[in-house]
Design a protein around this ligand. Sequence first.
Ligand code: SAM
Length: 299
Amino acid sequence: MTVDAVTAGRRAVCQRPLYPSEKMTPPSTSTPARRPSLRDALSTPDRKQRYVSALFQRIAHRYDLITVLLSYGRDRRWKAELVDLANVRPGERAVDLACGTGDLAYGLAARGARVAGLDFAPEMTRLARSKARRSPLDPSTALRVDGERSRTVDSRRSLGASSVTFVVGDMLKLPLPDASVTLVTAGYGLRNAAVLDTALAEIYRVLAPGGRMLALDFNQPANAVVRAVYLAYLTIVGSVVGLALHRDADTYRYIPASLARYPGAADVAARMAALGFVDTEWRPLLGGLMAINMGRKAP
Ligand SMILES: C[S@@+](CC[C@H](N)C(=O)[O-])C[C@H]1O[C@@H](n2cnc3c(N)ncnc32)[C@H](O)[C@@H]1O
């Protein structure tokens, strides 16, 4: 991605208000403003988009801690596996969608890609940038895994300051020209998209012929009983952690609520194929509770 493309992209970014306009009405002194229920907040694409951007802006400062807690420390391993599977070619142009605090973007950059991390929560991109400033080793240690499957990377050698850029932008309206990148990644991004097919179509549009997409996310277990237990478990844990950290049970109940509305890796693979992706497949993680979707734009 050229600096021009990113700069043009920044200009084209449609920054949405962080909070829904109805919530910006000052509350009356007697009745405090009520947050919409999760069901309401996710009931239409517009509402979901506003809810999700406000949510991640609000929890950004706790995001890394929460991710470690809720995944029992496995998140790094899954991300490292995605980076391995990406088979990065040195110098290739990559974009990491819904980049959050930048783990995948830094992981790809450490393998030699020129990466733009994109997220619509400005606080996430600010935190992502700050990781590079703190210590050149920090970003890659976020993905360092002691297992034999994941290569340990030395960020001092391969992570040049110019190889990662973070921009505020919407993955449903990517500020990138057609066929401008060879690799698109997303960590827990597709499930958060207000319209999944629009996100996939945008990925397809910006990929050059032969370019790859890899997306890590929660999965919908095929077995109905396992699915129900999994969602119940995530709801209980999410409520407890949300109450403990934010005094708001809904904060992390969003995860099972969004997962219940997400079709899962097999369906995502089918949607990708319908859009024209080839070699679509998905790799189950944690017994199929998580998954990495993969595919290529036809050469
Ligand atoms: C669960 S976090 C994942 C962060 C990071 N990719 C990771 O793997 O740790 C989801 C991120 O998606 C971002 N997001 C959700 N919808 C988005 C959209 N339409 N455009 C850009 N970012 C979006 C949120 O702001 C949030 O940072």
